[in-house]
Design a protein around this ligand. Structure first.
Ligand code: AKB
Length: 318
């Protein structure tokens, strides 16, 4: 039986992952950790236990781990890439200070730990197309620096102390449930809201800028499957490339227009986000994840677009 703590349960990934894990392991066995000001609401608050867990406070993590006899921690606390560029100290404090706190508690209490990495862990020196699992990682963003450092620190705790750390490098995640907030790939979520609201979309990323993207149901499955994977098959731990689709703003715009013919888009490039996107890969090679734990995405751009438009029309009453 798994007893799970989600740190950052009210964020873009956490709010959906918590509910999915409750469906698998039982409501009472999945604790939603949150910080004051970002309290769980609705079903997330009512369906299971919730506790204040500030990742920068090691004692708080340890207290909740002991209270609920936690054996698996999903560490989802992070500042996304564009925000991290404006708050580098805070990004480090949460991304690395917080991870160190989590790993220490995990070492002492024998917990497995999932900490997502990102396509942002690669920089401009990595091969852009078919970026390999093991290649040069020299990011030029604070977000990327925390992600590479987090991968190394997590591997260190696995090798040195036997902590069962595992991770995937998430692409831009697209979902109709909770907004991302502060990422470089957020445009690929915002574009669907504009289409459904009947508004022209102002795109902050240039045409021709390709990035890996993924629909949230695939991302949630990846986070669960990697933690359930047979450890004897894993040659890697932190962190696995995963991929499902890669597109530029023009491709996603034309795909949405197939279903919303009146939809319009105009470019007004945000220099910060564009510089970050230019430093990231176009498309990752996820062969190792496919071989080592049978990773396989279910959604392509067309399947995701049909589902996003349908779900957002219901959500926004359009
Ligand atoms: C971001 O854009 O910062 C994130 C990511 C790709 O890690 N969505």
């Amino acid at each position: 039986m798994k007893n799970v703590l989600i740190i950052g349960s009210t964020g873009q990934i956490g709010s959906e992952l918590t509910m999915k894990l409750r469906g698998i392991y039982g409501n009472a066995n999945v604790v939603a950790g949150y910080i004051p000001g970002a309290e769980p609401k609705g079903e997330l608050a009512e369906s299971g236990p919730k506790e204040i867990v500030d990742i920068t406070n090691a004692q708080q993590i340890a207290d909740v781990v002991k209270k609920y006899d936690i054996d698996t921690i999903y560490n989802l606390a992070a500042l996304l890439s564009a925000v991290a560029e404006n708050k580098p100290q805070l990004a480090w404090k949460i991304g690395i200070g917080g991870l160190m706190n989590t790993l220490e508690v995990a070492r002492e209490h024998h917990c497995a730990v999932f900490t997502p990495s990102s396509i942002g862990s690669f920089g401009p020196n990595a091969p852009k197309d078919g970026t390999p699992q093991d290649t040069i990682q020299q990011p030029r963003t604070m977000y990327g620096v925390t992600k590479v450092s987090g991968e190394l620190l997590s591997n260190y705790y696995a090798l040195k102390f036997g902590v069962d750390t595992r991770s995937v490098r998430f692409p831009g995640l697209i979902s109709y449930v909770a907004p991302p907030g502060g990422g470089t790939t957020d445009y690929a979520v915002d574009i669907y809201y504009s289409a459904v609201r009947g508004e022209k979309f102002i795109c902050p990323i240039k045409a021709g800028t390709f990035m890996d993207m993924m629909y949230m149901p695939d991302a949630l499955r990846a986070a669960i499957e990697i933690m359930e994977a047979d450890p004897s098959r894993l040659q890697h731990r932190n962190s696995f490339n995963i991929a499902s689709m890669s597109f530029d703003p023009d491709i996603i715009y034309r795909k949405i227009k197939e279903y919303v013919p009146s939809f319009e888009m105009e470019y007004q490039v945000d220099p910060l986000r564009q510089a970050i996107a230019d430093s990231w890969p176009n498309r990752l090679d996820d062969t190792c994840a496919r071989i080592e734990w049978d990773w396989k995405p279910e959604y392509d751009l067309d399947g995701m677009t049909r589902d996003m438009l349908e779900k957002l029309r219901v959500k926004l009453g359009k």
